[in-house]
Ligand binder design. Structure first.
Ligand code: PHE
Length: 341
């Protein structure tokens, strides 16, 4: 009777183990048969109802069955474990014959690249580089540059004010005043100032935030011809040796005489096209001899020294150099655009 029971339990365990597919099922089976209230455990309790001479033999049978079941459970657990491992290995299998994945290597933004090209050209010509504050005082942005209060020239550079006297700089020129004031009176300077500037403007060729590069030289006997030679060299270096350069009279409160500089159109070479509005020329920068008032206002003596200054837009140079017709492309971070550089 008991023997049959034990055999039945062993058989049932075999079948149930075979059907279980997860560790949890196997653990349940162990509890169901071998646990404190398990089926094999209760058979053990029935031993006391047997005649004493039969007890040792049946007891051995129960113990043997326990051993068999424990072994079967252990085997099943191991089987499940190695199945899981095999599945994991399969899932993570590496196909070493696949071609390698090319890492995405970044590169300079076209504006940054342009700025660096410009900087390098000037550094080779012996300029030092300084940067200045983007939040600027009206005093440096206008007053020290000979913009009288309420002068209409201020309207050329409509700005974003933080307080009545503090604004986002509209150009890098305030650094002219800061540089001169930071030097001994009449001490020679030769510096460029790259950086962000801000204006109340937004269209295909104007952004409220853009970049300029300012240049300033002050020393004894600096002449307009020095300015012409230097800028012509620079522009040929950036746009190519066949580039023609022309100076047109212009006005800035802080330079006298002032000029605007054009280069022969980079698209048509001067023939006339849509880009240059059929003039053959492109306006590229503003410049001039430092106004005597600016020298005086910033501690220099216009009778002893002279100088010139120039300022140009980095975006504009990048657009012309790379043939980009909408400035907003620079700020949209569209990889299809950026990857072309
Ligand atoms: N600051 C002027 C501008 O932003 C450019 C300039 C700089 C002109 C230096 C003359 C000298 O328009």
């Amino acid at each position: 009777m008991i023997n049959d029971k034990i055999e039945a339990i062993k058989a049932a365990v075999q079948v149930q183990l075979q059907q279980s597919g997860v560790v949890r099922d196997v653990q349940d089976i162990r509890v169901k048969y071998l646990g404190k209230k398990g089926e094999l455990t209760s058979v053990m309790k029935e031993l006391k109802d047997l005649p004493p001479e039969e007890r040792p033999q049946v007891g051995q049978l129960v113990n043997a069955a326990r051993g068999v079941i424990e072994e079967a459970v252990k085997e099943k657990l191991e089987e499940l474990k190695s199945q899981a491992m095999a599945a994991k290995i399969e899932a993570e299998k590496i196909d070493i014959t696949l071609p390698g994945r090319r890492p995405n290597v970044g590169h300079d933004h076209p504006l940054h690249r342009t700025r660096r090209l410009m900087e390098q050209a000037f550094l080779r010509m012996g300029f030092s580089l300084v940067e200045g504050p983007e939040i600027e005082e009206d005093y440096y942005n206008f007053q020290c540059l000979n913009f009288p209060d309420d002068h209409p020239a201020r309207d050329m550079q409509d700005s974003m004010y933080i307080t009545e006297k503090i604004l986002l700089r509209t150009h890098t020129s305030p650094m002219q005043a800061r540089i001169l004031q930071a030097h001994e009176p009449n001490e020679p300077v030769k510096m460029i100032v790259p950086g962000k500037v801000y204006r109340w403007d937004y269209d295909a060729t104007h952004s409220p935030v853009f970049h300029q590069m300012e240049g300033l030289i002050v020393d004894e006997h600096i002449r307009f011809s020095d300015l012409k030679g230097l800028l012509e060299n620079f522009l040929k270096e950036i746009f190519g040796p066949r580039t023609k350069v022309r100076f047109r009279a212009s006005f800035f409160p802080f330079t006298e005489p002032s000029a605007e500089v054009d280069i022969s159109c980079v698209m048509c070479g001067g023939e006339g096209c849509r880009v240059c509005s059929h003039t053959g020329w492109l306006e590229i920068l503003g410049c001039g001899m430092v106004h005597p008032n600016v020298l005086r206002l910033n501690g220099y003596d216009p009778d002893k020294v002279s100088g010139f200054a120039f300022g140009m837009g980095v975006e504009r140079i990048a657009m012309l150099k790379y043939g980009i017709d909408d400035l907003r492309l620079f700020y949209e971070d569209d990889m299809r655009f950026l990857n072309q550089f």
